[in-house]
Design a protein around this ligand. Structure first.
Ligand SMILES: *Cc1c(COP(=O)(O)O)cnc(C)c1O
Length: 229
């Protein structure tokens, strides 16, 4: 890549972030919500540090990563301040590193993982904000705890002083607008039933619907960074 091409690509990322923020604001207004209550998380899997750096320079404050090792490498190449979210599945042998590397872990789907995260967060002298990942449509191929098991897992995690259970996260199946709305609404009701605040749902294709249904965090990848290599 020549420098001129790189500059063009980076300017394009800044422009896309601006357009997404406008769409977030309009979706929030339709739902009579304050746009400031919706956090835009850039889902940066596969993106190298210079690209993530450009997004942060363009005003992106929150970065989502799917893999501990990749996040480790990218984060060390991004010197600006940002909030780093783990949005991918965490293997047991990566949980210790995840607890110290990330500012928020969105994918807690079992009590045993919560225990390991809590132990290492405590050792690092921090309280780790976490979300519970929900398998909202009961798909056999997907991670996440079943809707009927959310309350029990939240109760277990709340016993850990080194964790702060903030809310729920989900990746519902690709669906038409009506079905997507149904999944998002079910998640909002689950959040409310468990007295939680955060709701991480909605991606490039459906973040506006998610906001209309109450999302407080949207995880947007392709619409910011373009198609993944
Ligand atoms: C990749 C990814 C996203 C973003 O998906 P896009 O369709 O590229 O916006 C959001 N959440 C998770 C967990 C992801 O892995």
């Amino acid at each position: 890549m020549t420098d001129a091409m790189a500059d063009g690509a980076l300017a394009e990322i800044a422009a896309r972030i601006g357009r997404i923020r406008e769409r977030i604001a309009r979706a929030a207004e339709r739902a009579h919500r304050d746009p400031a209550t919706v956090r835009l998380i850039g889902a940066a899997k596969g993106m190298p540090a210079p690209v993530v750096r450009a997004a942060v320079a363009a005003g992106l404050t929150d970065i989502g990563e799917n893999y501990v090792q990749e996040a480790d490498a990218v984060r060390s190449g991004v010197e600006q301040q940002a909030c780093w979210h783990m949005i991918g599945h965490i293997q047991r042998n990566k949980a210790a590193r995840a607890a110290t590397l990330f500012d928020v872990v969105q994918t807690v789907d079992r009590a045993a993982l919560g225990e390991v995260l809590a132990r290492h967060a405590a050792e690092a002298g921090k309280v780790l904000p976490v979300l519970v990942e929900v398998n909202v449509a009961g798909e056999v191929t997907k991670r996440g705890v079943a809707a009927r098991e959310v309350a029990a897992l939240v109760a277990e995690l709340r016993k850990q002083p080194a964790l702060r259970v903030d809310g729920l996260m989900a990746i519902p199946p690709a669906a038409d607008e009506r079905a997507a709305r149904g999944y998002f609404r079910a998640l909002r009701e689950l959040r409310d039933a468990n007295a939680l605040t955060e709701l991480s749902m909605g991606m490039s294709d459906d973040f506006e619907i998610a906001i209309e249904e109450g999302a407080t965090m949207v995880r947007v990848g392709r619409a910011i960074f373009g198609d993944r290599p």
